[in-house]
Ligand binder design. Structure first.
Ligand SMILES: [Cu+2]
Length: 127
């Protein structure tokens, strides 16, 4: 092999390596972007404890489609009533009982049996 041909072959190899790393880097960036887009659409399961005649946490930031599960840890029954239109969300929950609900809109709620017990679900819009 002449010097010129050998030199040409080396340059070809280097070019191929550079191209390989560029394509790999590009693929890596595409995969990262797809993963972060998927993460921002992941729905969350939130738990609210009913304890000491209070909803804990009292306020939650949620996304449409997120799930809320209330669990009654008190020794008396409680329930969930929407505060604006007074619609009943859950039946009376005895000690240890849970109620699961899919959030569609922002909601202020209270316990129908103890109206001073208040809670709030604020909605965050998904980018
Ligand atoms: Cu109550």
């Amino acid at each position: 092999m002449s010097f010129v041909n050998e030199h040409h072959a080396i340059i070809k190899t280097i070019n191929f390596k550079i191209l390989f790393w560029m394509v790999s880097g590009l693929l890596y960036l595409i995969v990262q972007n797809v993963e972060s887009a998927e993460n921002s659409f992941k729905l969350t399961q939130h738990n609210v404890e009913i304890s000491g005649f209070a909803f804990v946490p009292k306020k939650l930031e949620v996304k449409p489609g997120d799930t809320i599960t209330w669990v009654n840890k008190d020794i008396v029954p409680h329930n969930i009533v929407e505060s604006i239109d007074q619609s009943v969300i859950s039946p009376d929950l005895a000690t240890g009982e849970t109620y699961t609900f899919v959030v569609k809109k922002p909601m202020v709620y209270h316990c129908g049996l103890h109206p001073s017990m208040k809670g709030k679900l604020s909605l965050t819009l998904v980018p």
